[in-house]
Design a protein around this ligand. Structure first.
Ligand SMILES: [Zn+2]
Length: 1037
């Protein structure tokens, strides 16, 4: 069939008889569509995608030149991707969310920035280079090209003119600049630190790159702890601002509470007391300095049973000189995980409980043993006090190292109680970790509650001249940014023998990576920069003597800690960003995975706060230097996983027969497999390639399906079998755009309303002028409101039409709120499905309804456009082409209908629909009406609510007023099937009962001598005939 052949572009033209003059046109078209649905729907959507992608690319300039009158800005940003070369479903989810929000803002008239770039440095590229002998840059750029195609295929609209790649010297030049700015202010420094070192790859590893067994994730080698000179950024200097400014981020739920809690925990501010334990050596009395500890529970001081020191504590270093078994333990401890319960008891060294200064108790005066334990960090003083009776970890350590020795307690849950010892192996052998009251057997602290006891203990110790001080402690450590790797930003420092470390002068930036041959990388371990003698050799910028370049590169988290500034000024050669452009910070909505809750988001806040103190972001001080106003963290995507119920083995896709998607069967056994949704992984064979889904169903169907399946912050269980539901819905939207709601007769004269977002009363006035909206029946009878008044115009609509319009306005309001406030995009999809059904299912009552439905369809398409942009464009084009076809000759008015901005008819130029909630109280939603004859209920139907201007019962006010209510109510009833059955003039049941065809003198719509009472504004109607009336009189006499 010639007319049915599908073309990638313009398939609609092929189907559309032009111009559509035949009366039966919409019907004809819809039958073709139905055929299309069954045969070609799979192919339809990808073709629409392709058509509109090409159109958008051709009209790209118009997208950005469109300047709304009210120039508001919106900066919508998804976390930029690492160019792995493959776009996975998690990516697709985050980029769909940001694209939908950006398109929505654009339609609302905002000037939107929605950029994309590449977090292009990092280990995977370098490892690929080592494995394959291909330069990391070649590998990275190839991947970027692949992913760029995928980013376009998912229907996203990206500001490609703002694209950045962090591996570009033009980008990392500014990365180096920011490092030097930090260095100038003393916020970047070099220090010795204990680090994870991979002896095979010869590089420092991040903590995340060491597995649970203490082995390198890549080489598998046992990681060593080494003291090395490393570069740090002083994030600790900003810890107070990082903590306290979170209160502002928490407002209105702008940042998820979960992320804030994780950051608070990472910053780890705690209030406590610094205490000092005197050290005793069995042989060398008082030669050692007291041990300082920090504790948040000084109230448990009376139950301290040991003190533990870190592996690098000065006392341990000293003791190791003469203690061979200690040396052996230290060697072994290097390989122990940080949560190990192992410890080593020091010989000859004990400490004295400071509480012995004011408490007279045998236990407290006893000497306290000292351990070295890997669980104690080098942070702070590198020493902790052990209270097995009141701390889980201390309890476990004590039981592992001191065996069955009794455990003391000093805090009770109720006041005035005595503590008993915890006996090994008994049921009660559990620490009491809650706060409480100091037990009665402790003299001197008056059995105070925990918090007051802390204050009292500090006071008492200070009185005795013992060091004790209330203080705060932070968990956050400075940020180690040194990496002994090639594929990162070189740290711009030159080491000179006489001057020490000297910053590279700004005019010499960037310090570029040497271009090494591909083969150089093959099988290489360690840092290529350190081996490149030629690159290393340089001259000291200060004294001119021979010097060496720093060979460490920066952690790639540094690149991503400020890239959102660069998007605002990507071409700036002089500076990372100009103050004029940085004033468009902060980012309005930032979208990304919750796995970045700490590292990236904390570093980005730190560097932004720093930039707000410099000339680069002067306007930042107004927002506390916070870079992200609103943070959306999307949930993970889980894949459908099949396993064998007999063995639990995960099944490969080819092992499962999915002929009937709802009834999968294991091919080899014929058994139904277990189905679960789990994190996607190769070993579970549950990975999904979004590219395949997009090419099969089209980007719009995939996007809508993804959004519909789960709220954005929840886990998404990706189940492709339900995608056909979305496909059918979008198919119905497209069929609706054939203007199926206009009947054959109406189509001949159809002329769209002159404005898209026309208020209802204006629209009705226009329809009245064009003789489409007939006067309300009450007006015909000269009994209702004035012809053409607001009230009369509304009353001229049928109740069901008014209800239709109310529902449309309510949906617009709900969708707008979901897009802009709650971000519940799944609700948007379900609201739009409801609207689609409403338009299709509301039955045709008048030509005026066709116009209301036309408006509702334009609203539907514009609300759909952010989610399914190509389908919305296609529907928009089709709808307007069909509905303006009759009026093409009226060039001045309709050639550019509904408007034409810069020569682009893209739906995105027509703005987001404005819901008209103010009209709702004027519309008459329906009410139930009970119809009675002689006080007996005959039927109940839905009719329109009475206008406010008519009285709510018959015997109220003047006769004329009663007349209005009666006539209005009977008109409403005559609109219904039941009403017609009873009241149709001369034919209805009531007329038959009355046996007359003559109408009443008083109520012209009722038979002669019949009376009517209407109460409750038309919710109750009772009619009475003459015979009954007389008998009533008789009985009452
Ligand atoms: Zn020098």
């Amino acid at each position: 069939m010639r007319g049915l052949r599908l073309h990638p572009v313009g398939w609609r033209r092929a189907l559309l008889p032009q111009p559509p003059q035949s009366c039966s046109f919409p019907k004809l078209f819809s039958s073709i569509s139905q055929k299309l649905r069954s045969e070609k729907e799979n192919a339809l959507f990808p073709q629409i995608d392709a058509k509109w992608r090409a159109r958008w690319e051709a009209e790209e300039a118009k997208w950005h030149r469109f300047q709304p009158a009210d120039k508001r800005n919106a900066y919508i940003l998804p976390m930029f991707p690492y160019p792995s070369g493959v776009l996975h479903l998690g990516h697709l989810r985050v980029y769909t969310i940001s694209d939908v929000l950006a398109r929505f803002k654009k339609m609302q008239g905002y000037e939107v920035i929605h950029p994309i770039g590449w977090d292009a440095f990092g280990l995977p590229a370098e490892n690929a280079a080592i494995e394959r002998g291909i330069h990391p840059e070649t590998w990275t750029l190839q991947n970027i090209e692949k992913m760029k195609e995928q980013m376009k295929a998912m229907g996203g609209h990206w500001d490609w003119h703002r694209e950045i790649r962090t591996c570009d010297p033009e980008y990392y030049k500014h990365n180096q600049r920011i490092f030097l700015m930090l260095y100038e202010r003393g916020l970047a420094y070099q220090a010795e630190s204990l680090v994870n070192y991979d002896p095979v790859d010869k590089t420092v590893l991040a903590n995340e790159q060491v597995d649970a067994n203490g082995c390198s994730w890549r080489s598998g080698a046992k990681v060593e702890k080494l003291m090395l000179k490393q570069w740090f950024l002083k994030i600790s200097e900003f810890r107070k601002e990082l903590l306290y400014d979170m209160d502002k981020l928490a407002e209105n739920g702008n940042w998820p509470e979960r992320v804030l809690a994780m950051q608070r925990n990472w910053l780890g501010r705690s209030e406590g007391v610094n205490l000092s334990f005197d050290v005793m050596h069995a042989e060398r009395r008082n030669l050692l300095a007291p041990i300082e500890v920090f504790t948040t529970r000084a109230d448990t001081l009376f139950a301290v049973q040991y003190v533990a020191l870190s592996l690098n504590h000065p006392i341990i270093k000293e003791a190791a000189k003469e203690d061979k078994s200690l040396c052996g333990f230290l060697e072994r401890a290097k390989d122990l995980p940080p949560d190990s319960k192992e410890g080593h008891l020091l010989e000859n060294v004990t400490v004295k409980n400071p509480a012995s200064n004011f408490v007279d108790d045998f236990d407290i005066h006893a000497q306290i043993p000292v351990y070295v334990a890997p669980y104690v960090l080098d942070y702070g003083s590198g020493a902790v006090m052990g209270v097995p009776g009141h701390d889980f970890r201390d309890h476990a350590f004590w039981r592992a190292n001191a065996g069955d020795r009794p455990i003391r307690q000093c805090i009770t849950s109720k006041p005035d109680e005595l503590c008993t010892q915890l006996v090994y192996g008994s049921e009660q052998d559990r620490p009491m970790v809650e706060k409480g009251f100091v037990a009665t057997h402790i003299n001197g602290v008056l059995h105070l509650p925990s918090d007051q006891a802390v204050d009292e203990i500090v006071k008492l110790l200070q009185k005795k001249g013992v060091k004790a001080q209330k203080t705060e402690n932070w968990r956050l450590r400075d940020w180690l940014i040194s990496r002994q790797r090639y594929w990162g930003t070189p740290i711009p420092i030159i080491h000179c023998h006489s001057c020490g470390p000297v910053p590279v002068p700004v005019e010499d930036l960037p310090v570029q990576l040497p271009r090494l041959p591909d083969a150089f990388f093959h099988g290489k371990a360690g840092n290529p920069l350190a081996e490149d003698a030629k690159w290393k050799k340089t001259i000291c910028p200060k004294c001119g003597s021979a010097a060496k370049r720093e060979t460490d590169t920066m952690d790639t988290f540094m690149d991503s800690s400020w890239y959102f500034f660069r998007f605002l000024d990507p071409q700036n050669k002089e500076s990372p960003v100009s103050p004029t452009n940085s004033c468009r910070m902060p980012v309005d909505v930032y979208v990304g995975g919750v796995e970045h809750a700490i590292l990236h988001l904390l570093y980005a806040r730190f560097i932004s706060k720093f930039l707000a103190m410099t000339g680069l972001w002067p306007s930042g001080s107004g927002v506390n230097g916070e870079p992200f106003k609103k943070l959306i963290t999307q949930g993970m995507v889980h894949g459908k996983t099949y396993s064998d119920p007999a063995t639990g083995r995960f099944l490969r896709p080819e092992e499962v027969d999915l002929t009937e998607p709802s009834k999968p069967v294991i091919k080899s056994t014929g058994v139904t497999p277990n189905i679960s949704f789990e994190k996607m992984s190769k070993s579970k064979y549950n990975g999904v390639d979004p590219g395949a889904t997009i090419s099969k169903y089209g980007a719009d169907v995939t996007r809508a399906h993804m959004l519909f399946q789960a709220p954005i912050s929840d886990v998404l269980e990706w189940d492709e079998s339900s995608i056909t539901g979305i496909q059918r819905w979008l198919g119905r939207v497209l069929r609706l755009c054939n203007a199926i709601f206009i009947n054959g007769h109406g189509m001949k004269h159809f002329k769209p309303p002159s404005l898209l977002d026309q208020p209802l009363l204006d629209l009705l006035r226009e329809l009245r002028e064009r003789n489409i909206l007939k006067p309300a029946q009450a007006v015909n009878l000269h009994l209702g409101p004035v012809l053409g008044s607001d009230e009369e115009l509304v009353a001229a609509l049928k109740p069901s039409e008014q209800t239709f319009w109310s529902k449309v306005q309510e949906i617009i309001s709900s969708v707008t709120q979901s897009y802009s406030e709650t971000y519940s995009l799944n609700t948007v999809v379900s609201d739009l499905m409801t609207l689609t059904n409403l338009i299709i299912q509301t039955s045709h009552t008048s030509d005026a309804l066709s116009y209301l439905k036309f408006s509702a369809t334009t609203h539907l398409l514009r609300m759909l456009a952010p989610i399914a942009p190509a389908v919305a464009e296609e529907g928009w084009e089709k709808l307007h082409e069909i509905t303006t076809a009759n009026f093409k000759h009226e060039r001045l008015i309709y050639s550019d209908y509904p408007c034409n901005i810069l020569g682009s008819h893209s739906i995105f130029n027509y703005g987001f629909p404005q819901g008209e909630l103010a009209i709702l109280p004027k519309l008459n939603p329906t009410q139930q009406c009970v119809f009675m004859v002689h006080g007996k209920k005959k039927f109940e139907v839905e009719i329109g609510k009475a206008p406010l201007s008519i009285p709510n019962r018959t015997n109220e006010g003047k006769y004329g007023e009663s007349m209005k209510l009666v006539n209005w109510t009977i008109e409403q009833l005559l609109e219904t099937e039941k009403g017609k059955e009873w009241l149709a003039m001369g034919e209805g049941t009531l007329w038959k009962i009355s046996g007359t065809e003559e109408p009443s003198n008083i109520w012209p719509l009722l038979p002669k001598d019949w009376d009517i009472v209407v109460v409750k504004s038309g919710r109750l109607v009772n009619v009475t005939g003459p015979k009954k009336k007389e008998s009533d009189k008789e009985s009452s006499q």
